[in-house]
Ligand binder design. Structure first.
Ligand SMILES: Nc1ncnc2c1ncn2[C@@H]1O[C@H](COP(=O)(O)OP(=O)(O)OP(=O)(O)O)[C@@H](O)[C@H]1O
Ligand SMILES: [Mg+2]
Length: 431
């Protein structure tokens, strides 16, 4: 192949189109009668080349956009074109049976409706979820646009999808945090006033008790007031635990020993069909309120045991040291933290329950069997200790609560608890 530029002469228009390419022997045999024909051949070749270049450029651009793009035949729904992202999420269409339909593959009712709507000439825009070829569920937002031919008939459909699973998850998490913060502030304010009222009722009952003496016929009623008032005070203490963000009673303590204690307590109080197992890293110390952490373990343990009734099962407690990444500016640091996992083999939870478990007063238990405060207290305590919580559960497959807390690092001691003096002296041994 040669370029017409190499053959410029006074007989031909000058300058000639730069991209014209054709076979040189045709040029050599040029005569005036062939002039038009040769130029026509050259024009077709140029257009073909330009088309190829445009097509290459378009295909390379479509392969590099973040979205999934596919062009479907409007008639049978088969895929005419798909970009690289499409294959990454949905598998390579070249390996599908011929004329495999888009909707059949992904069994997404919403997409089927969208394709139908676009087929009738109306573009579709929306979000939904579907299963990828690897079996993973993703949330997407996208459009399906009809493409018409010169007669105005819809010939093909352009599908554009964007995987927004991560964004949706982040949004959900942010909303949850905001909701819990708002509930915490509200509950904290209410409980403060509520506590004052309870104190006034209990003090008044005590005064009356002293005035009327032990043999009075109202003694029993006064006892009832004190009993119910005491329970109300207990409840308000739990709500305060959920909303409180103070570090009044914080001390460095050995979390491993605390868990060992709670494990014994749980095993003795649980029904005999529940076995408690533990695997604990030794000597893990954190800074916090031991009685609150005790409560966290009790609440999680009791929930687990209740979820395993009536058949029983295994409650496992696992404590290990892990490292998490922390970013400051453009640098990232690895911070040691502890991960406490409380896992049961119980009934598990459906997504609706899972979404609400940390809300104060949310319970699925019968009236009188649960206040719905257990996990909201756990949530409040973990967050007050600078930690975070992750739950995974599926109906019939048990539940797993993972808590991460910052590990205690005494500036005068190493992570292994040795004092700075002993570490310096052991260092001198090697110098
Ligand atoms: N391990 C678990 N397995 C299955 N469901 C659980 C588990 N832990 C909590 N849940 C669900 O979360 C709900 C809320 O739990 P939470 O501990 O806050 O309250 P509760 O257990 O219902 O009442 P309380 O703790 O006051 O006795 C429970 O009612 C239950 O539906
Ligand atoms: Mg509970």
């Amino acid at each position: 192949m040669g370029s017409i530029r190499a053959c410029h002469s006074s007989r031909y228009p000058n300058p000639l189109p730069p991209l014209i390419q054709f076979e040189p022997w045709k040029f050599i045999s040029l005569s005036d009668s062939k002039y038009r024909e040769t130029l026509a051949v050259a024009k077709v070749a140029t257009e073909k080349r330009q088309l190829e270049e445009t097509s290459k450029r378009l295909s390379s651009a479509l392969d590099q956009v973040l979205e999934v793009i596919a062009i479907l035949d409007a008639g049978d729904g088969s895929i005419i074109y798909s970009n690289t992202n499409f294959s990454q999420i949905f598998g390579n269409p070249n390996q599908w049976p011929p004329h495999q339909k888009f909707t059949v593959l992904f069994e997404c009712q919403m997409l089927a409706t969208a394709l139908e709507q676009a087929r009738s000439g109306q573009a579709w825009k929306g979000r939904s979820s579907l299963k990828t070829y690897a079996g993973k569920s993703i949330v997407f937002e996208g459009t399906v646009s009809p493409v018409r031919n010169v007669e105005g008939v819809v010939e093909s459909l352009v599908v554009r999808l964007r995987d927004i699973t991560l964004e949706v998850e982040k949004d959900r998490h942010l909303r949850q945090v905001q909701k819990m913060d708002a509930l915490g502030a509200l509950a904290g304010g209410m409980v403060h006033d509520f506590n004052n009222l309870i104190c006034a009722i209990l003090s008044a009952a005590e005064l009356i008790e002293r005035q009327v003496g032990p043999d009075s016929p109202i003694q029993k009623k006064l006892e009832l007031i004190q009993q119910v008032g005491g329970r109300a005070r207990e409840l308000s203490k739990q709500i305060l635990n959920f909303s409180r963000r103070t570090d009044d009673a914080w001390i460095p303590f050995d979390l491993t020993s605390l868990i060992t204690e709670v494990k014994c307590l749980l095993q003795t109080t649980f029904p005999s069909n529940v076995e408690v197992r533990s695997e604990l890293a030794k000597g893990i110390r954190i800074l916090g309120d031991p009685s609150q952490l005790h409560q966290v373990l009790m609440n999680l343990g009791i929930n687990g045991s209740q979820a395993m009734q009536p058949d029983g099962g295994v409650l496992s407690i696992h404590l290990e040291q892990v490292e998490t990444g922390r970013r400051v500016g453009d640098q990232s640091f690895l911070e040691p933290c502890v991960q406490l996992t409380v896992k049961d083999t119980g009934c598990g939870m459906d997504p609706y329950t899972l979404e609400r478990i940390f809300e104060p007063f949310f319970t699925t238990k019968d009236v009188g069997h649960g206040t719905g405060l257990g996990l909201s207290v756990v949530y409040g305590i973990v967050h007050a200790h600078g930690g975070n919580l992750h739950v995974s559960s599926e109906p019939g497959k048990g539940s797993s609560f993972k808590i991460r807390l910052p590990i205690y690092q005494d500036l005068n001691k190493g992570m292994d608890g040795s004092s700075i003096e002993s570490r310096v002296s052991s260092l001198f041994k090697y110098i």
